[in-house]
Design a protein around this ligand. Sequence first.
Ligand SMILES: C[S@@+](CC[C@H](N)C(=O)[O-])C[C@H]1O[C@@H](n2cnc3c(N)ncnc32)[C@H](O)[C@@H]1O
Length: 247
Amino acid sequence: MATCSPNTDRTDEINDPGAAPFGNFINYYTFNPPENRLNLIPATLLRDLDYNGDTTLILDVGCNSGELSTAFYKHLVPDCEEQSDDSKVYLLGFDLDEILIQRAQQTNSLPSSISFITMDIIKDTEQLQHYLDQHGCSSFHLCLCLAVTMWIHLNHGDSGLLQLLSRLATFSQHLLLEAQPWKCYRSAARRLRKLGRSDFDHFKTLNIRGDIAEHAREHLENHCGMELIQSFGSTSWDRKLLLFKRR
Ligand SMILES: C[S@@+](CC[C@H](N)C(=O)[O-])C[C@H]1O[C@@H](n2cnc3c(N)ncnc32)[C@H](O)[C@@H]1O
């Protein structure tokens, strides 16, 4: 088990940002700015998916300090200041790291449309159901799961990764997925070892390896009732942005 909790001793992260064992980097957007992903996503995405009338709900899984969540929202809803209450786009971002969530809440420039909560998706999803109920919806219209799969996979094993994908599929109509490729797993494990930490619990015993995006697609399509409808290409970090839709 990785030895440090995301919320306690953060000295290692400051010295080496690669030491955040859940991907909970305190300065993530200084080395992966929102534009790296946004440049690949059409600003018309919500309209393209026919979400242009009623309330639309977006979920951002593992939102870190919220910079990408807010930039994503403004990218998709450029006229966000002028939305009427009956046709509004809302975004809920969550992360297991409460310090990152506090920062996201403090810097939130659109608090009537964007909310941030602390939640570990492996432990419970009650707050998601509560949010859906509040908005009178049965699922999120668009779920973003960007650069999160590897951290859940390394910390919770193959079953954790599959559980994550299955949960997201039950909660969303569309899922935008950026899965880290296998080479990132090796780098993450190497960085942890360099710091003298014990290895990720599951790294050596993972059976799901190699083309992770393909494994995710296979699980979503064969076990979760979703289908891949679009690939937006690859980021400068060589990660595919894949869009799935519930069948
Ligand atoms: C590398 S960051 C990516 C942040 C953001 N999604 C992006 O792409 O810009 C991964 C985030 O996932 C969060 N995370 C990891 N495991 C999680 C879990 N089980 N539940 C919620 N968040 C998690 C981490 O705390 C971290 O902030």
